[in-house]
Design a protein. Structure first.
Lengths: 373, 250
């Protein structure tokens, strides 16, 4: 066809398909590759080793070896050592965990914590995601309020102003999230509404609550609200704090959901509409399940933050676990061992938050399994 | 083949639509008789997709009347729901629900909208998957299927509602070439079964074989409408001739 020689060429045929080459592995290979890869890397590795050698033994000595573990003789053991005073936890853990709740009734608070923890763990498994789980949660909440409030079945009445410690922290947290999520979803949907009034109300609410610090929302709920409303109509402080926390959480979560809703392709709405699905069925069966997948990481972030935000209720005079710990440490004998007590509380917070974070990652993976695009 | 408007399943009278100032549909008059197949073609931006999306009210027309199965499409939500129950639609991008299995994609709408018991809906679903030749994919998720398979699932999903009319909005445009025929085959069988169909497509082979009427649109108006034999051999309008020359030359 052309006079010059054709240079382009492709060879046909290939060997049978074979497995990919195996990458070198093993501890020595890993260390050489990651820790001693070049002069700078090696120097940095050695510096880090030196730092660890300088600090870890001291930390170990303080926290374990020299630590005082028992409060059998009051704070004597702690005074006698330079190590950590874990005795303060042994001495004060009831006060820290249950705050102002009557001492003999602490078992009720402990049961509430166990119910909430157990139900949360069960709810984490997808095989339990049936309507029976909702029934179980309903029963759990009845049991929780009976236990926590008392006044029935021969239980001593313990009104909300006596609540404190871990049960209070958990009740505020669960109330915030369980109540806040539906509100957030409604706010996000309302923002998409064709009705200008609903849209404006939703935007107004979100922007107003997001525009102020959580502390002010709580002060509003605790101090200013009762000034305008007659005392007989004022809900108690626990409820007011819960509503404040819930509104704050909902406003932030609403914007997360809004982002998720915007990420759903237009075609999903159209396919649902073309099949004749009415608004609520389209929303609950098609749009929200997909939105939830998209927003899960960001939402979990906000839920973890909501857990830590429960500490703010201390400033309006509710003794969550941190507030209860603070007041437990006002005991002059133990006042100087706050570090150890707070470390205990920190560990508690970390366990809860880290579990939620890990769970979120595994749930994400699980939900995306069938969803390879 | 009757064209008397009193036996038409779908009737469009003087339909006009604007996007802002852009006049996207201009004086559309069209009838589609029961069991007849209409293929709409035309350059992109000619308004052909907009037109069929008006027929199940995914788009709103501003002037004129659209009457489907004797029900006029207005702001009345009840009418819209009524029309959508009888009109199936297949989209260019399939629009399967990615979070549901193939089977659940099919079962969802009849189960929720028409209260068909789940077991009955599943039986019908398997029957239809058989018909589009992918029963073995029933428990997979859409993301695990090829484009051609997804589009066949989408067709089966529409058929679950037992529609009297099927709208196809460029059903093969997003497919790899080797998958186009498997979708067209399913559409052809549907046509043979007597389904009323309106297809926006550039598959002229399909139009020749299946269509009772081929409509050519450009700039929001119907430029030419004729049975395929006439349309492909004896187009009257120079724009139609130009379009056919471009589309058939390779």
């Amino acid at each position: 066809m052309t006079s010059h020689h054709l240079i382009s060429n492709a060879q046909t045929g290939a060997s049978a398909a074979r497995p990919a080459p195996v990458a070198a592995s093993g501890l020595v290979h890993w260390a050489r590759h990651n820790l001693f890869d070049g002069i700078h890397n090696t120097i940095f590795t050695l510096l880090c080793c030196a730092l660890l050698i300088a600090t870890v033994p001291d930390l170990f000595r303080w926290a374990i070896w020299d630590a005082a573990w028992t409060s059998a003789n009051g704070a004597d053991a702690c005074k006698a050592t330079t190590g950590a005073c874990w005795a303060v936890v042994q001495e004060k853990y009831r006060l820290m965990l249950f705050g102002t709740y009557p001492y003999e009734q602490h078992w009720r608070g402990a049961l509430v914590v166990l119910i909430l923890g157990g139900m949360s763990i069960v709810s984490g498994f997808r095989i339990f995601w049936t309507k029976w789980l909702l029934v179980a949660w309903g029963g759990a909440w009845v049991a929780i309020f009976v236990l926590q409030l008392g006044g029935v079945f021969g239980l001593v009445s313990t009104p909300t102003h006596l609540w404190g410690g871990l049960p209070l922290t958990l009740l505020i947290f669960f109330g915030t999230v369980i109540g806040g999520l539906p509100v957030a979803i409604l706010l996000a949907l309302g923002r998409q509404s064709n009705l200008p009034i609903i849209k404006a109300l939703c935007i107004g609410f979100v922007e107003m609550v997001r525009g102020v610090p959580l502390v002010t929302v709580l002060f509003m709920a605790a101090l200013i609200f009762p000034l305008f409303v007659p005392e007989s109509m004022t809900p108690d402080k626990f409820v007011r704090a819960l509503i404040g926390m819930l509104m704050f959480f909902a406003a932030y979560a609403a914007d997360i959901f809004r982002g998720g809703l915007q990420a759903i392709p237009r075609g999903q709405y159209e396919a649902a509409e073309a099949l004749g699905l009415p608004y609520w069925q389209k929303t609950t069966r098609i749009i929200l399940p997909q939105t939830l997948r998209i927003v899960l990481p960001a939402l979990m972030n906000d839920i973890i933050r909501a857990f830590k935000n429960t500490t703010f209720i201390a400033i309006i005079g509710l003794f969550d676990i941190l507030g209860a710990t603070k007041s437990a440490l006002e005991d002059p004998i133990w006042v100087s061992y706050g570090t150890e007590a707070y470390l205990f509380v920190i560990a508690l917070y970390f366990v809860v938050c880290f579990s939620m974070s890990k769970y979120s990652v595994s749930l994400e993976r699980d939900l995306n399994k069938g969803n390879v695009r | 083949m009757t064209n008397a408007s009193d036996s038409a399943t779908i009737e469009l009278r003087n339909v006009n639509k604007w996007y802002g100032d852009f006049h996207v549909l201009r004086d559309i008059n069209m009838q589609v008789g029961r069991g007849e197949k209409v293929v709409i073609c035309g350059p992109s931006g000619s308004g052909k997709s907009t037109l069929i999306r008006c027929i199940n009210r995914l788009e709103e027309h501003q002037e004129g009347d659209i009457i489907v199965n004797g029900v006029e499409l207005t702001q009345n939500v009840k009418n819209i729901d009524e029309v959508r129950r009888h009109v199936g639609m297949v989209f260019q991008n399939f629009n399967l629900f990615p979070h549901l299995t193939v089977l659940d994609n099919l079962v969802l709408a009849p189960n929720l909208v028409n209260s068909v018991p789940r077991q009955d809906a599943e039986n019908l679903a398997m029957e239809l998957l058989e018909r589009v030749r992918i029963p073995e994919q029933a428990n997979k998720y859409p993301g695990q299927l090829s484009g051609g398979q997804q589009q066949r699932v989408a067709i089966a999903r529409s058929l679950m509602m037992k529609p009297e009319v099927m709208l196809f909005d460029e059903p093969t445009s997003a497919l790899d070439p080797e998958m186009i025929s498997e979708v067209l085959d399913v559409m052809g069988e549907l046509a043979d079964d007597g389904m009323t169909m309106i297809c926006v497509t550039h598959e002229m082979g399909f139009a020749k074989q299946v269509a009772d009427l081929v409509v050519f649109m450009a700039d929001g108006e119907v430029v030419e409408a004729a049975p395929p034999t006439e349309f492909f051999t004896n187009a009257q309008n120079p724009r139609t001739q130009q379009f056919l020359k471009q589309i058939l030359s390779h």
